[in-house]
Write a protein that binds this ligand. Structure first.
Ligand code: MBD
Ligand code: FE
Length: 311
């Protein structure tokens, strides 16, 4: 039987009561958001005739999600992070703001406080036995197209098991392995040596993967490298590049792949390239230039504040 009570004055009054709308204290914005979400949830329960058992399974699920620290992982998995990017893109389009390099989601695994290096950094500590050397480099350009000396390029990525330092369940990685902040040189260039990362997979026994299983979806990302790029007079860019050729480049559970963010990866095995990079074995090379967008009316109108680990 599908009980229909949502639209009664009794339920509508109850929603306002539960959301504190009849109280003088509290935060009006919180009240408005809770009133809307609670109303949508009540309506969903009625429309889909959600059972008590289903509801309490959901409550238990939220507790598991928090206990495992996976709320920030389910979020991109359900496309919410991508949705916020779509909204920022649309906001820019409406304002006539041009973006050079496309934004894409931050993800949950950034750590503040990485070592700062000038122009060049070695990201890996050489301990990943399966590591294939990667040389990545490019120029950071301003909104006017000119190179930007002194821009900061924060970069972070996974190892060959798809694990990030500070979040590695094996405990193998030292703090800030494969995390650096590189300051661009006088020509606006950044350059780093690291190893080619491998794609991330959600913890197979975790609540995010459990829900994805219910949706018939996988929980894997293609290999990728994250960036925050900041410079005077410009908006902070949050983006990633994918490793070209990864079979999941266009099948990312977190929906972060975008046109313009899959630069070619070139294998270099000639003696000259190896020597010029101070290496002793073949390596992969990625060239990737970055163009920032200008401040809007003198401010970064899209800066994102969120809880982030700092070490
Ligand atoms: C990641 O490495 C990541 O970038 C995202 C978005 C989600 C999970 C793991
Ligand atoms: Fe990532």
């Amino acid at each position: 039987m599908n009980t229909q009570i949502f639209d009664t004055p009794e339920v509508q009054d109850f929603l306002r009561l539960a959301s504190g709308l009849d109280q003088a204290g509290g935060n009006p914005r919180t009240k408005a958001i809770i009133h809307r979400i609670l109303s949508d949830l009540f309506k969903t329960i009625e429309d889909l005739d959600i059972t008590s058992d289903e509801y309490w399974a959901g409550v238990a699920y939220l507790n598991q999600l928090g206990a495992r620290g996976e709320a920030g992982l389910l979020s991109p998995g359900l496309g919410l992070d991508r949705y916020f990017d779509m909204r920022m893109d649309a906001e820019d389009a409406a304002l006539g703001v041009a973006n050079g390099t496309p934004r894409t989601i931050e993800g949950p695994l950034y750590v503040a406080g990485a070592p700062v290096e000038q122009g060049f950094a070695r990201l890996d500590d050489g301990s990943d036995a399966n590591g294939h050397t990667l040389i990545m480099h490019g120029t950071v350009h301003g909104a006017d197209g000119r190179p930007l000396p002194g821009a900061t390029v924060e970069v972070w990525h996974a190892n060959t098991k798809g694990f990030y330092s500070h979040f590695d369940p094996t405990g193998e990685q030292k703090p800030f392995n494969m995390r650096r902040t590189i300051v661009t040189d006088a020509q606006g260039r950044y350059r780093f040596q690291s190893i080619v990362p491998v794609g991330y997979g959600c913890p197979p026994d975790g609540p995010t993967q459990a829900l994805l299983n219910q949706l018939g979806r996988h929980g894997n990302r293609p290999a990728h490298i994250h960036f925050f790029v900041s410079a005077q007079g410009h908006r902070k860019l949050t983006t990633q590049i994918n490793i070209d050729g990864d079979p999941l480049v266009y099948d990312d559970f977190a929906y972060a792949t975008r046109e313009g963010l899959v630069p070619p990866l070139v294998e270099r095995s000639d003696a000259d390239s190896i020597q010029r990079n101070g290496l002793s074995a073949p390596f992969a090379e990625i060239a990737f230039d970055i163009t920032l967008s200008a401040l809007v009316d003198g401010v970064d109108n899209q800066i994102v504040e969120r809880a982030r680990l700092a070490a």
